[in-house]
Design a protein around this ligand. Structure first.
Ligand code: GRF
Length: 188
């Protein structure tokens, strides 16, 4: 059985889709949700699906390795970053090298890096007049959004689309593809 942790800072709509997708899976279990925000929507959502939750603070995350101990205790063998906004410290990247993925709401390498999250991304795409956008699932390394790409999906942008419209199209792609891509990685 693979035991997965999802790290999320916000609403957790991707986390929700992933939890629902793997609900009755015989090989993959979402065993933990980790958040850096105690009022993040992802926490009550996880609670309602009976997934244990852990809230971490900045000094604990960057100055200690207690999260790593916790992940080991809980026998977590794969980490999904789904809207987790803190840079992952080296000790965690090293411990979960090749076993940690992130989702980004654009076609990397475009519109990635520090500060490029949420609506910032979609506004930049709109301002550039791009004719398409999409989502990227990639391995996590020490730099924001720079690990090797695993999967991308694209959507068209029409001239009349607002940044909010683009955000909706991209989120739909994320919800559709994230869990199946993780499943494929784990079961291949
Ligand atoms: C997603 O757009 C994801 O690409 C980005 O953060 C957002 C998380 O949204 N990394 P949600 O919390 O899953 O609704």
């Amino acid at each position: 059985m693979h035991r997965l942790a999802i790290f999320a800072s916000g609403t957790g709509s991707n986390a929700k889709k992933i939890i629902e997708y793997f609900k009755d899976n015989a090989h993959i279990e979402i065993a933990l949700v980790v958040s850096n925000k105690k009022d993040a929507g992802v926490l009550p959502m996880a609670q309602s699906h009976d997934v244990p939750q852990l809230v971490i603070n900045r000094s604990q995350f960057y100055d200690t390795q207690s999260i790593l101990d916790e992940l080991k205790t809980q026998q977590i063998d794969f980490i999904i970053l789904a809207g987790f906004l803190w840079l992952i410290p080296n000790y965690l990247v090293n411990a979960y090298g090749g076993r940690m993925v992130n989702i980004h709401p654009a076609l990397l390498p475009k519109y990635g890096g520090k500060g490029m999250y949420g609506m910032h991304v979609h506004r930049a795409v709109k301002a550039a007049g791009d004719k398409e956008s999409g989502m990227t699932i990639h391995w996590v390394n020490q730099q924001y959004d720079e690990g090797a790409t695993i999967f991308q999906a694209r959507c068209e942008i029409n001239e009349q689309d607002t940044a909010e419209d683009i955000a909706k199209k991209v989120l739909q792609l994320e919800h559709k593809h994230f869990a199946p891509v993780v499943e494929k990685i784990l079961l291949n």
